[in-house]
Ligand binder design. Structure first.
Ligand code: AMP
Length: 295
């Protein structure tokens, strides 16, 4: 089970929940702590940063790869979603992950599966408005992955900030004995957040895409002094359209913890946005902090 930090190393794979549990149980018997990184594969440097971060907190790192049909609404990109397991396994070997968990659909949704895990309210705003059922699909699969793996710690990227806050809520509400960590957003050199969906972008669309972080950054700079955050949001949405986004699902400034809409930046907040270029939907978000006293 030891990993070899050279480029001929491989990562062991479990493709059943019993295989996963068998490994995890053996590690726990040795006294090792377990970290889980849930992903949908098509791994990039954002995912790998989560592997690196959770390794600081745990002895053994499990990365799950499962393209979860339940979190794609009808008409979304489930079929087109990039799948590249061989490349992913290579990346995980290089990142010295200890186990890849790649369950077949039946391991997650066996015949007769009928349960839904739903976080109310927080799942019905922002992306929840535009992707009906999406977060119910996410919380259902993440609850299952946490129960199947029983990790001490699991990590989710701030790239999907609403998802991260919803999962924190779920773990607290359901008394799931796991520590949830958030990983910083990893960006390409020009500032675009790394995403498995960036491969959908044409060269021109990729150039347009960089305006998403730029426009959010601009709003972040203005927000602490703004007396009208709704107007700031509308201006940012208009700027995105002007930059070439064909539609803007939302730009909203909300409380960083409970995602409530806020009128003034008096405590840590977050600006969150989703917008479309062609058929590709991009999301991004950034922290908005109160101006320092007297500043
Ligand atoms: P996905 O495979 O898109 O479901 O993402 C799996 C995990 O990686 C989620 O917790 C994401 O939030 C996280 N992630 C995706 N992109 C990034 C990024 N650019 N920076 C940090 N975390 C990310």
């Amino acid at each position: 089970m030891s990993h070899h930090p050279d480029n001929t190393s491989t990562v062991p794979v479990a493709d059943t929940k019993s295989g996963l549990r068998h490994r995890v149980r053996a590690w726990k018997q040795e006294g090792a702590t377990i970290g889980l990184v849930p992903t949908m594969g098509a791994l990039h440097h954002g995912h790998l940063s989560l592997v690196k971060r959770i390794r600081e907190a745990c002895d053994k790192v499990v990365v799950s790869i499962f393209v979860n049909p339940a979190q794609f609404a009808a008409g979304e990109d489930l079929d087109a979603y990039p799948r590249q397991v061989a490349d992913d396994l290579e990346a995980l070997a290089t990142a010295a992950a200890d186990l890849a968990y790649i369950p077949a659909g039946g391991e997650i949704y066996p015949d007769g599966f009928a349960t839904l895990v739903k976080v109310r309210d927080m799942g019905d705003i922002l992306c929840g408005v535009h992707r009906p059922g999406h977060f119910d699909g996410v919380t259902t699969v993440v609850a299952k992955l946490l129960l199947q793996c029983a990790p001490d710690t699991a990590i989710f990227g701030e790239k999907d900030y609403q998802q991260l806050q919803i999962i924190r809520r779920m773990a607290t509400d359901l008394d799931i004995p796991v520590t949830i960590l958030g990983g910083k957003i990893i960006r390409d050199e020009d500032g675009l957040a790394a995403s498995s969906r960036n491969v959908y972008l044409s060269k021109d669309e990729r150039k347009t895409a960089v305006n998403l972080p730029r426009i959010l950054q601009d709003a972040v700079a203005r927000a602490p002094a703004s007396k009208d955050l709704r107007r700031l949001e509308r201006d940012a949405a208009a700027a995105l359209k002007k930059a070439g986004f064909n539609s803007v699902d939302y730009v909203e400034i909300r409380d960083a913890d409970n995602l409530a809409l806020i009128k003034k930046i008096t405590r840590p907040a977050r600006i969150l946005a989703a917008a479309r270029i062609g058929k590709t939907r991009l999301i991004d978000n950034m922290p908005v902090d109160p101006a320092p006293p007297g500043g």
